[in-house]
Design a protein around this ligand. Structure first.
Ligand code: ZN
Length: 119
């Protein structure tokens, strides 16, 4: 991958990164302002549910954030765009759709079937 392409993916990753960070910041503000509202039991149950949902989203976001940081590290290292399983270059279209991908389709399927076996 040449430096122009690397720059492209770096910017893609950085923009996804700031998107998540902005979302997390606004979620936190929402949660804080909701906490000050006093409601009856039904309202409380609903807000508890929303909170749980938000936490799940946040967990997913923070996992995604870790993957983004990891991919940015791989750009610096020069190993970005290579499958970590078989070290073949990843499909460009796949990377554009999912720049945090670190395994090719075949290795990813391998990994998933192994996860299923050990689950
Ligand atoms: Zn592979």
């Amino acid at each position: 991958m040449d430096s122009k392409e690397l720059q492209f993916f770096k910017e893609l990753l950085l923009s996804q990164r700031s998107e998540i960070l902005n979302k997390t910041a606004s979620l936190r503000n929402d949660t804080l302002s909701e906490g000050s509202v006093q409601g009856d039991e039904a309202d409380l149950a609903v807000s508890e549910q929303t909170l749980e949902q938000q936490l799940r989203f946040q967990q997913r976001d923070s996992q995604h954030l870790q993957k983004i940081d990891y991919s940015l590290g791989r750009i610096e290292e020069g190993s970005f765009g290579m499958c970590e399983g078989c070290e073949e270059p990843l499909d460009r279209k796949r990377l554009i759709a999912r720049p945090v991908a670190n395994l090719c389709v075949a290795c990813k399927e391998d990994q998933e079937s192994q996860e299923r076996r050990f689950a």
